[in-house]
Design a protein around this ligand. Structure first.
Ligand SMILES: Cc1ncc(COP(=O)(O)O)c(C=O)c1O
Length: 410
């Protein structure tokens, strides 16, 4: 969970290339934390935003109507999975999660939440309450009552010390125990990221959410999916939960929604959404017309350029190259992820001691060589490769070359 400030003063950026104020170029493999999926300063997105700026910048979309906001809401109802239908817009990821949690309470009349260990859902009070990481929560407690945590589907460091598939998804089945022993029959929703981003690109087995969903349905608990980091083609599908064949009841999104314009949203099935009456929930900047116009153009671009398929293809290509680095460098414990959301977990020895200080050194070495990558994980030892999806294969080769050198020298 290390996102300390990097000593780069950015002047401009295009595609996957960032230029600093000294004219030095960097290959961006972090996308401003998985935001600019369609590339920095994407022409189509900028044009749409510019055109909207000439007409209307702000009106408060919860007091008055505006067409770009309606257009984007309609588009989201078309591209989100299952029966997700009605959207509420905010400005950032935490705001979307806050609203989604509140909606789950309002619809069910229940007050508890179950979340995953090593999850991250934002830095506001309720979102930190359902965040399963002590480093993020430090200094802010006590948190909201009624939040309880389930071990994460972190196969590389299995909480139950079992192996998939012989474990028969022990971590998912533990949800029954959590409900029975840790809650008081008032669970509104189970909240999870389909792939944990800040937690270290923790990628659940393919049948994980099916088992979770089976247990939730049995107990009439809503499934609230946090696509803030995984959404908008990042993992090779428009939304990462589509890899797992379950239908969320409520879904939150932000980051990749508008290629860098501040915007977030949560969407729910109609009967759930309708438990908010007009005025129950409001956001002054939420659904800003410029951000929404940018968001619509961004989604059109992602679709036109088939960037979900591209992310899958490029992700497989990159994982193959990283597998050959793993064969060369003992420090690489595991390479995992889907599409262009890839984590490289670093270890110090056969006991999988987390190589966290080494992770920082590798990131700094890459920075010196003009490559921007992320660092995260509960132990601060997971390199995060999350480039704009428009990155070229040549640029991916360059990424692997610099990483190879970084592993040799650190
Ligand atoms: C999965 C997830 N949820 C929520 C958030 C919070 O988003 P924001 O920083 O826009 O509030 C983040 C941010 O990293 C995230 O990765």
């Amino acid at each position: 969970m290390v996102e300390k400030v990097q000593p780069v003063v950015i002047e401009k950026a295009v595609g996957a290339i960032i230029t600093d104020t000294q004219g030095k170029e960097y290959l961006d493999c972090f996308s401003g934390i998985a935001v600019v999926n369609a590339g920095h300063c994407n022409e189509k997105v900028i044009k749409a935003a510019e055109a909207q700026m000439q007409k209307l910048v702000h009106c408060c979309s919860y007091v008055y109507y505006s067409q770009p906001t309606a257009n984007l809401a309609e588009k989201l109802s078309q591209i989100t999975p299952g029966r997700l239908q009605k959207t509420f817009f905010g400005s950032g990821g935490a705001e979307a999660i806050e609203g989604a949690l509140r909606l789950a309470k309002q619809f069910t009349g229940k007050t508890e939440f179950i979340a995953l260990q090593s999850s991250f859902h934002g830095r506001s009070y309720a979102t930190l309450s359902v965040t399963g990481n002590n480093a993020r929560k430090r200094g802010g407690g006590p948190y909201m009552a009624g939040c309880t945590f389930l071990p994460a589907p972190y196969c590389y460091r299995c909480f139950f010390e079992l192996k998939y598939p012989e474990c028969h998804l022990r971590c998912a089945r533990a949800l029954e125990d959590i409900i029975k022993f840790n809650t008081y029959d008032s669970v509104a929703a189970f909240i999870a990221e389909p792939i944990q981003g800040e937690g270290g690109i923790i990628t659940p087995p393919d049948d994980y959410f099916l088992e979770i969903d089976r247990i939730l349905k049995k107990h009439a608990i809503l499934l609230l999916i946090d696509e803030v980091q995984t959404g908008f083609c990042r993992t090779g599908k428009m939304f990462a939960i589509e890899h797992y064949s379950v239908e969320p009841d409520i879904m939150a999104m932000a980051k990749g929604i508008a290629d860098g314009f501040p915007l977030s949203a949560f969407i729910a099935r109609e009967e759930i959404a309708d438990s908010f009456k007009p005025g129950d929930h409001l956001s002054t900047f939420g659904g800003n017309p410029v951000s929404c116009a940018a968001g619509l153009a961004n989604i059109e671009f992602l679709e036109e350029q088939k960037l979900a398929d591209e992310a899958l293809k490029k992700g497989e290509y990159l994982k193959q190259q990283l597998a050959s680095l793993k064969a060369k460098h003992n420090m690489i414990g595991e390479v995992r992820g889907k599409g262009l959301m890839i984590g490289i977990e670093l270890i110090r020895d056969q006991n999988k001691t987390p190589a966290n200080t080494e992770g920082g050194k590798i990131r700094d070495f890459c920075l010196g060589k003009g490559l921007l990558i992320g660092l995260g994980g509960s132990y601060g030892n997971v390199l995060r490769i999350q480039p704009p999806l428009v990155i070229s294969l040549k640029q991916l080769d360059q990424t692997v070359k610099i990483l190879d050198e970084a592993f040799q020298k650190n």
